[in-house]
Structure formats: C-alpha cells, structure tokens
Design a protein around this ligand. Structure first.
Ligand code: UTP
Length: 271
C-alpha cells in the first residue's frame, strides 16, 4: 500500500505563453539543451522508483506519444545519447489518456482515474514545465511513506507574483525538516489577500481519494476545475503537508524561466 507505482503528467494544456512554437510542438517537448522537459520529468519519477507513466494529452500532442513509443532501433545502435531514453522505455510503461476539453488541472488529473485505481493508495503528479532537481520526487515519495497523506511541493515566491500561484497557509512550526502541515490554500489570490508567499509548485503526491474530491469541486479561478480547490478540502481535514523545496526550480512555462534553465544547465555542461 505504501509503494507509489504511478506518475501522472497532465500535459494537455495549450501552452499559449509559448505561441507560435506550441502551435505544432507541445510545450513539454521544448528542449533544455538536447533533452525535452518531459524527459527530465520522466527521469525524476523513474529515480523515485515509479514505472507507470500516465500522460494526459490532447489531440495536438501526438508528438509526445511518438517520443516515448517509437524507439527507432537503428538510431539507438548508432547514438549513445539515445540509450538513456531507451532504458526508460524498457523499464517503464507509458499510458496515454485524452482530456476531451481543457477544463483545468483538476479535470486533467481526474482523467488519470481511468488508469489509477483507488487500491493504489496514492500516485505522483509532475507538471513538466516546472523543472526541479532530479531527486525532488524521490524525497516526496519518502515523505509519503512516512506521513501517508497528500504532499505538495512549495516554494517562496516574490509577493508580487502570489496572484499567479496556488498559495498555502501552513503551521509555523515544521513537523520535519522543511515539512509543514497545511491548513488552507487558495488559487491565485489577490496580493492583499494572500496568507503567505509559499506557492504550490508542480510536484504532488495525491492519495487516490482525491478523485472523489475533484468530482465534488466546482469550477473556480479562470472557470477551470482547480486541483487547489480539491486539495483545500483535504487540507481542512488535516490531510495535506507541504515540502518546502531546498533546490532551485525553473518555471519553464514562461519564456524567461525557460531561458534561465537553459543558461544554468549549459553552464553545468561547460564546467
Ligand atoms: P498551465 O496553466 O501552465 O497552462 O497548466 P498551459 O496550457 O500549459 O500553458 P499556458 O498558460 O497556456 O501558457 C499547468 C499544467 O496543467 C496542464 C498543462 O498542460 C500544464 O502541464 N493542463 C492545464 C492540462 O493538462 N489540462 C488543462 O485543462 C489545463
């Protein structure tokens, strides 16, 4: 019951901040040097011991399916660079489920209910445009094994940006190193109403009862079904903890964050 087998990747979004390239190329396949964001995300889950990779896609994301299901054996023989991808494809099962309408992140996560059954206990969620340290999910899986509840990754953001994120209200005293009980959370609060500057980042461990909570959730901010609203109900029952990320995270959903990630990863290559 403690083991986490599935990771869900909600990647059906339109990626409007990266138009025009996202007209034909999914945002999640944008490269950091030579590797797409989504491969970094799959490697992170694989390192956490997860082998069932579930992608929630839309019609214009066929390239994602192609990337993870067409091994091109000829190229694998020739190019050492493809062997790691081949290893991921050998070790993991990739499932693709379609989100019919863009009804928000909560709705996209609900699409995972087709593949992830209640008996699993819990599953991971990665938003690949948040590029995190490779061991982030591994640490969150360990926290789940210890605390047996929903875990969300959080990061301190400048006060001027709180209205772009889900913001959490946490206990002042940590229950473990960088780990806090969450009391409440609000999606994209106006700056003067935000209870903290701790923003939810795209890494979650969700207990499978979250599907029932999402079903009860009405559309919220931006007329979308927000995962934050479903998680808020769990937080009010004392069933959510926040993990304050110790490492830098890159918001590759924005051109400026994406460029920062490329610069830093390129600097590591040349060192
Ligand atoms: P974003 O808010 O970053 O939206 O979604 P987006 O479409 O990717 O990018 P912009 O804002 O238009 O530039 C956060 C995550 O939730 C997924 C997205 O694919 C992204 O990984 N998502 C969002 C869905 O899968 N379905 C939705 O209906 C909404």
């Amino acid at each position: 019951m403690n083991k986490i087998n599935h990771c869900l990747y909600p990647v059906a979004g339109l990626g409007t901040r990266f138009l025009p390239i996202t007209k034909s190329l999914p945002k999640e396949l944008l490269p950091i040097i030579d590797k797409p964001l989504l491969q970094y995300a799959v490697e992170e889950a694989h390192l956490a011991g997860i082998m069932q990779m579930n992608m929630v896609v839309s019609d214009n994301k066929k390239a994602i399916q192609h990337y993870f299901s067409d091994p091109n054996p000829h190229a694998v023989d020739k190019l050492k660079k493809l062997t790691h991808l081949q290893q991921l494809m050998d070790d993991c099962d990739f499932h693709f489920v379609k989100q019919k309408e863009m009804r928000g992140l909560g709705d996209a996560i609900l699409c995972g209910n087709e593949q992830i059954k209640k008996e699993e206990g819990a599953f991971a969620v990665i938003l690949p445009d948040d590029l995190c340290a490779i061991n982030t999910l591994k640490k969150m899986v360990e926290l789940y094994q210890q605390h047996q509840c929903c875990i969300i990754a959080v990061e301190q953001v400048p006060a001027s940006l709180v209205n772009r994120y889900g913001i959490v209200e946490v206990a002042t005293k940590a229950i473990d190193e960088r780990v806090y009980k969450v009391f409440n959370m609000v999606e994209k609060p106006p700056i003067n109403e935000a209870k903290s500057d701790l923003a939810i980042i795209g890494r979650y461990i969700l207990t499978t009862d979250i599907f029932d909570f999402i079903k009860k959730t009405k559309s919220g901010a931006n007329q979308e079904i927000q995962i934050t609203d479903a998680l808020k109900m769990k937080a009010q029952r004392g069933e959510v903890i926040a993990y304050h990320l110790p490492n830098k995270r890159y918001d590759c959903g924005t051109p400026s964050g994406y460029v920062k990630a490329i610069k830093d990863y390129a600097a590591q290559l040349s060192n």
